[in-house]
Ligand binder design. Structure first.
Ligand SMILES: C[S@@+](CC[C@H](N)C(=O)[O-])C[C@H]1O[C@@H](n2cnc3c(N)ncnc32)[C@H](O)[C@@H]1O
Length: 198
């Protein structure tokens, strides 16, 4: 007797059905309070922006910002990106993944809670369109080295030189909340960009 699956397999929705247009989609993982997500969406209206944030409280805050600013090209979902990557996002459908200041989970016994483990980088790569990008930033050098090592291990990815350069209408760099704090405090920040080979 063959075992029946507990759940039927789900077909991820098309971004077009979510946003109502076929524009490229950028996903921010863990947008926190949403400063980067909102500003990036406003500065790039020809793209759609999708934030996946674990903290429901922070997503409520982002939703308040969306209601206030009415950008029209940004949505936020309260969920775990690991689950979302495996169920909601179609292969080859995301143009950019933004992953800024992921929780380092300092204690060794907590490392299993880190995003960068298992097949996370493979799942990100699968979701990228050919030529799509993964952009990372952190203030934690040891975690940065580990993240780069895991991304380098994916044969479909190639690292490219990347530095934060996106500016808003007033010419100010678009930063995350953590990034602004660390910059103001003069702390080093480590950046890396990876592109999926076409
Ligand atoms: C250190 S904060 C950085 C927030 C923001 N990126 C910034 O730079 O200001 C990390 C964020 O990632 C979120 N997060 C952690 N694990 C997550 C997961 N598995 N899926 C989605 N979001 C997650 C946390 O709730 C938190 O808001």
């Amino acid at each position: 007797m063959s075992a029946e699956p507990i759940l039927p397999s789900l077909t991820p929705p098309a971004w077009e059905d979510i946003f109502g247009n076929a524009n490229p989609v950028e996903v921010e993982i863990g947008p926190g309070k949403g400063a980067f997500l909102l500003a990036a969406a406003q500065s790039t209206p020809e793209h759609n922006f999708f934030g996946v944030e674990f903290s429901r409280r922070r997503v409520y805050r982002i939703k308040e910002l969306i209601e206030r600013e009415q950008p029209g090209n940004v949505l936020a979902l309260a969920a775990d990106i690991g689950c979302v990557l495996n169920t909601l996002i179609r292969p080859e459908s995301v143009t950019v993944f933004h992953l800024y200041f992921p929780d380092p989970w300092w204690k060794r016994r907590h490392h299993r809670r880190r995003l960068f483990r298992g097949d996370f980088c493979v799942a990100l790569t699968r979701a990228l369109v050919p030529g799509g990008k993964i952009l990372i930033a952190t203030d934690v050098q040891t975690y940065f080295v580990e993240m780069v090592k895991q991304l380098e291990a994916v044969p479909e990815l190639a690292q490219f030189p990347w530095q934060r350069d996106q500016r808003n209408r007033n010419g100010k760099l678009i930063l995350t909340d953590f990034e602004r704090q660390f910059m103001d405090a003069g702390k080093p920040i480590y950046y890396a960009g990876f592109r999926k080979k076409a």
